[in-house]
Design a protein around this ligand. Structure first.
Ligand code: FMN
Length: 210
């Protein structure tokens, strides 16, 4: 019988045996479009991270059921969200990760509503930091952003990236820059692009090693 063990698995085993824990990376799919361009880029980046030995956890925001932030201020008093829904899965994954990697397209110079709703529901991190003065603790956690947009105009990135940078800052995650591909619009454009998937693979690999 032939048993095939992937490079990533061998690397994880070697790290575990040497006492080094594999880096825990959460990859968050932020687009509402299944199999779209940002999915393709994030898939490639996460494969790169796995090749670097990371323990990768994938979360697909469009598959989760959660409501937007209601601005009720409960988190400013209690340090956590009053609403119990699928955001719990995301909080848990964020809190358990060394590396956070969001993949998303640009929608109207911003993020799709689903991804933005996830970020708004991270208000408890803001409340703990600024109202309750409870952190986040100093950590070496880092974050990245795999992003695409339909036009060739790369000015769209700045506004969207500012949202992502602020989200990371509030959570005590150090932003390590984006991997951005403009000019991807129709489904399949990312797969047809001459370098996008390869570049995303390298980006994910480097992020996991950082
Ligand atoms: C509602 C909506 C808003 C969009 N807004 C922008 C925009 O502001 N700038 C841009 O260049 N592309 C914009 N696009 C194009 C998407 O960024 C592009 O189609 C992207 O490839 C979608 O990624 P996905 O396949 O991962 O969903 C928009 C698309 C939609 C559906």
């Amino acid at each position: 019988m032939v048993t095939r063990i992937s490079d990533a698995l061998l690397l994880s085993l070697a790290m575990a045996m040497s006492g080094n824990q594999a880096v825990k990376l959460v990859g968050i799919y932020g687009s509402p479009r299944q199999g779209g361009n940002s999915d393709t880029l994030l898939d490639a980046a996460l494969k790169g991270a796995e090749q670097a030995g990371a323990d990768v956890h994938r979360i697909t925001v469009r598959d989760l059921q959660f409501v937007p932030c209601q601005g009720c201020q409960y988190c400013s008093r209690h340090g956590e969200c009053r609403i119990k829904d699928d955001m719990g899965v995301i909080y848990e994954a964020l809190d358990d990760s060394d590396v956070v990697l969001l993949g998303s397209p640009i929608y109207f110079t911003s993020l799709p509503a689903q991804a933005k709703a996830m970020i708004d529901r991270c208000q408890p991190y803001w409340a703990r930091k600024y109202v309750l003065k409870q952190g986040p603790p100093e950590t070496d956690r880092i974050g990245g952003f795999v992003c695409c947009c339909g036009t060739q105009d790369d000015r769209f990135l700045a506004c969207t990236e500012q949202i992502v940078k602020t989200w990371y800052f509030i959570m005590g995650v150090k932003y390590r820059g984006s991997m951005f591909v403009p000019g991807l619009d129709a489904p399949g454009d990312a797969a047809k692009h001459p370098t996008a998937a390869k570049d995303a693979f390298i980006y994910g690999k480097q992020l996991a090693r950082n």
